[in-house]
Write a protein that binds this ligand. Structure first.
Ligand SMILES: Nc1nc2c(ncn2[C@@H]2O[C@H](COP(=O)(O)OP(=O)(O)O)[C@@H](O)[C@H]2O)c(=O)[nH]1
Ligand SMILES: [Mg+2]
Length: 574
C-alpha cells in the first residue's frame, strides 16, 4: 500500500478545510484562533484511507494571501493536490497564485473540486466550471478530473474519493534513493518527551535510534521515537508523514524549514544556480536588485540574487540566476524553489536548482541540469560527492573519482611524456603530483617497479654501459660520473652494482676478490695484510679498503688488528 502526500490549494473561504474535514473526519484547523475566525492561518494535517487501501496524508493550506508563506511551507514535498474552487465565487486571485506556485514546484498531478455546489444553481456551476477550465488550460491540471461537491451536505463526496483514488494510482511517489531528507514543517515541545518535529519524509527511511544531522546549524541529533498517522514505528519509510521525537536538541534550535538528513550524504550549501521562470503577472523585469525571499523545502530564506547572462528577465520569460541565502542547506539538482518579493508580497517565479555547488564565476557561469557539465566543471569529483549534488550514482572511472574524460587524457599525456624523459629507469612516482599518480593505473605499456614507472620492455639496466666499465676494471673501478643518480640507486638496489664507501664495484669484483682471498688464507691461515691483498689484486688503497670493508661487513673476511682472517661466510675451498 502506498501513502500519498497531497495538499489543498485555492482561494480563502472556498471550502478547502471543510472539504478535508469531510474527507478525513479531522478538522485541519488546529488553533483556537483559526476556529474562532473560521480562517486557516497555518498548515493543517489529516489523513484518510482510500477504497484501494492506499492512504492519503492531507496538508491543508491557508488560502489567504497574508499566509502564503505558510502555504509554501506545506507544498514543497507533495505528490499531488486537491485544487478547490467555490462554485458560487469562481476563479479568484489565490486560485491563480496557488496554481502558479504548484506548477513552479513541479507538482504534476491533481484533482479539481468545484465545491459549495449547494450554494449555486446548476447554471452558475456550469459557468464556474467553464471559467476554471479556461484558467487551467496549459497547466499541469489541464487534464485533471473536475468533481462537483458540497462538503457540508456530502453531495459528490463518493465520486470525489473515487477520482482521488484513480488519480493517485497513476501518480508516482518519489523513489527511495537511500538518502532520506525531512523538511520540518512543525516543531513543538511534547510534555515528557522533549522536541518533536513533523514533516514529509522524502528519499529514504529513518530508524529509531539513528543519529541525524540537523541543518541549518550542523547539529547532531538522535531519534528517540517515530510516529506516522499516530502509530509508533521503528522505521519510517519514504513518502510517510512523520512525527520525530528528537534527543540532543532544544525545540528552540529548530524551526519550520529546518532539515534532518543522514551524515555525509548531502552537500550543504548557501549558494546555488537555478533557472527562474518569471510569472506573466509580474509587472516589471527581474534585475539584480530587490529584497527577495526564497522558499525551498519547507523554509523561507532572505535571498540575494544575481541574474546570470543578460541583465534582467522579463515577465513570462525564463532565465538563469545565482541565489545566495544565509543558511547552509542540503540541496540537490532538481530541487524546486519559489521566489517572492517580500516588499510587494508578490510571487515572482521559481524554478529548478541546476547546481547546488556552482564553481564558475557568475560572469561566465551557464548552468544546466546536465550532470556531465557538473563533472567537467569539477574535473575531479568523488562518486559520493556527485551523488550528494545530483542524486545520480555514477561508476567512478579513477579510483573513487568520477573524472571528466579529457582531464584523464591530458594527465595520461603528461605522465607518458615524463616517463619518456626519464630514460630506461622511467620516473619516480613520488615526483608526480597527486592527480598524475591517480591515473597511473590507467596507462598501458608501462610497468611499475618499486617506486618507478617506466615504459614496458625499455628496461636495459642489466646492459647498462657502466656495468661493462666496472667488469673491465674489477679492482680499479671507474667513477659513475655519467650515470644519473636514480639509475645508480636502482642499479645498487637490484644488486647489479655493489657500493661501499662511495666506490662502486661489479659483483664480479666481489666474487674474484673472495676467490683470491680464500686462496691466500689457505696459504697463510694466520692472516694476510692489506698491502699483501692490494698487491695481489694489483690495485691501490683507495679501492682495496672499501672492498675489504664490504667483505668484512658481508662476513667473508674478519679483521683482526692489521690482518684479515677468513670470516663465517668465507667459502670453503679444497
Ligand atoms: N454550503 C457549503 N458551505 C461550505 C462548503 N464548504 C465550505 N463551506 C463554508 O465556507 C466557509 C469557508 O470554508 P473553509 O473550509 O474554512 O474555507 P477555506 O478557507 O478554503 O479553508 C465556511 O463557513 C464553510 O462552512 C460547502 O461545500 N457547502
Ligand atoms: Mg482553510
Amino acid at each position: 500500500m502506498v501513502n500519498h502526500v497531497v495538499c489543498t490549494a485555492g482561494h480563502v473561504d472556498h471550502g478547502k478545510s471543510t472539504l478535508i474535514h469531510a474527507l478525513t473526519g479531522t478538522d485541519p484547523d488546529r488553533w483556537t484562533e483559526e476556529k474562532d475566525r473560521g480562517l486557516t492561518i497555518d498548515l493543517g494535517f489529516a489523513q484518510f484511507e482510500l477504497p484501494s487501501g492506499n492512504t492519503v496524508s492531507c496538508i491543508d493550506v491557508p488560502g489567504h494571501e497574508r499566509f502564503i508563506r505558510n502555504m509554501l511551507a506545506g507544498v514543497g514535498t507533495v505528490d499531488s493536490c486537491i485544487f478547490v474552487v467555490a462554485a458560487n465565487e469562481g476563479w479568484k486571485p489565490q486560485s491563480e497564485e496557488h496554481l502558479r506556485i504548484l506548477d513552479l514546484l513541479g507538482v504534476s498531478s491533481g484533482i479539481v473540486v468545484l465545491t459549495k455546489i449547494g450554494l449555486a444553481d446548476s447554471e452558475l456551476c456550469d459557468l464556474a466550471e467553464l471559467e476554471v477550465v479556461d484558467h487551467l488550460d496549459g497547466t499541469f491540471l489541464s487534464a485533471a478530473p473536475i468533481v462537483r461537491v458540497d462538503a457540508l451536505s456530502g453531495l459528490g463526496l463518493d465520486t470525489l474519493v473515487a477520482a482521488i483514488d484513480s488519480v493517485l494510482a497513476n501518480t508516482p511517489t518519489n523513489l527511495d534513493s537511500g538518502r532520506p531528507r525531512l523538511w520540518v514543517d512543525r516543531v513543538f515541545a511534547a510534555k515528557g518527551s522533549g522536541t518533536v518535529v513533523t514533516g514529509t519524509l522524502g528519499g529514504g527511511s529513518f530508524e529509531v535510534g539513528e543519529e541525524l544531522l540537523l541543518s541549518p546549524g550542523n547539529k547532531r541529533v538522535r531519534i528517540r521515537a517515530l510516529q506516522s498517522h499516530h502509530q509508533e514505528l521503528d522505521e519510517a519509510t519514504q513518502g510517510a508523514r512523520v512525527a520525530v521525537n528528537l534527543v540532543g536538541v532544544d525545540h528552540n534550535d529548530l524551526m519550520r524549514g529546518s532539515v534532518l538528513t543522514k551524515f555525509e550524504q548531502w552537500h550543504l550549501t548557501s549558494k546555488f544556480d537555478g533557472d527562474l521562470l518569471v510569472l506573466d503577472a509580474v509587472s516589471h523585469d527581474i534585475s539584480r536588485r530587490g529584497a527577495y525571499v526564497v522558499y525551498v523545502g519547507s523554509g523561507e530564506y532572505p535571498a540575494k540574487l544575481r541574474v546570470l547572462g543578460p541583465d534582467s528577465i522579463s515577465p513570462g520569460a525564463k532565465g538563469k540566476v545565482r541565489i545566495f541565502i544565509e543558511a547552509a542547506l542540503p540541496l540537490m539538482v532538481g530541487d524546486r524553489y519559489i521566489r517572492r518579493d517580500s516588499g510587494r508580497g508578490e510571487t515572482i517565479g521559481g524554478g529548478n536548482i541546476l547546481d547546488p555547488q556552482p564553481l564558475l564565476k557568475a560572469s561566465i557561469a551557464n548552468p544546466d541540469a546536465n550532470i556531465d557539465r557538473i563533472i567537467s566543471e569539477h574535473g575531479w569529483i568523488t562518486a559520493d560527492h556527485l551523488e550528494a549534488l545530483t542524486g545520480e550514482k555514477r561508476i567512478p572511472n579513477v579510483k573513487n573519482w568520477v573524472v571528466h574524460p579529457p582531464v584523464i587524457d591530458q594527465l595520461k599525456g603528461e605522465v607518458l611524456q615524463l616517463v619518456e624523459e626519464g630514460g630506461p629507469l622511467g620516473i619516480n612516482l613520488s615526483d608526480l603530483d597527486e592527480n598524475q599518480r591517480n591515473i597511473v593505473d590507467l596507462l598501458s605499456n608501462v610497468v611499475i617497479e618499486g617506486n618507478y614507472l617506466r615504459k614496458e620492455g625499455e628496461d636495459d639496466l642489466a646492459e647498462h654501459a657502466f656495468l661493462q666499465e666496472l667488469e673491465m676494471n674489477l679492482f680499479k673501478p671507474p667513477e659513475p660520473v655519467s650515470v644519473p643518480k636514480p639509475e645508480l640507486r636502482e642499479l645498487v638496489r637490484r644488486g647489479l652494482v655493489v657500493e661501499e664507501g662511495g666506490i662502486y664495484f661489479s659483483p664480479t669484483a666481489i666474487k674474484e676478490a673472495t676467490t683470491v682471498l680464500a686462496a691466500m688464507l689457505k696459504e697463510a691461515p694466520e692472516g694476510v695484510t692489506v698491502s699483501e691483498i692490494r698487491e695481489k689484486l694489483n690495485t691501490s688503497r683507495k679501492y682495496v679498503l672499501p672492498l675489504l670493508a664490504y667483505l668484512d661487513n658481508s662476513g667473508i673476511t674478519l679483521r683482526r688488528e692489521d690482518v684479515r682472517l677468513a670470516g663465517k661466510r668465507m667459502p670453503i675451498t679444497d
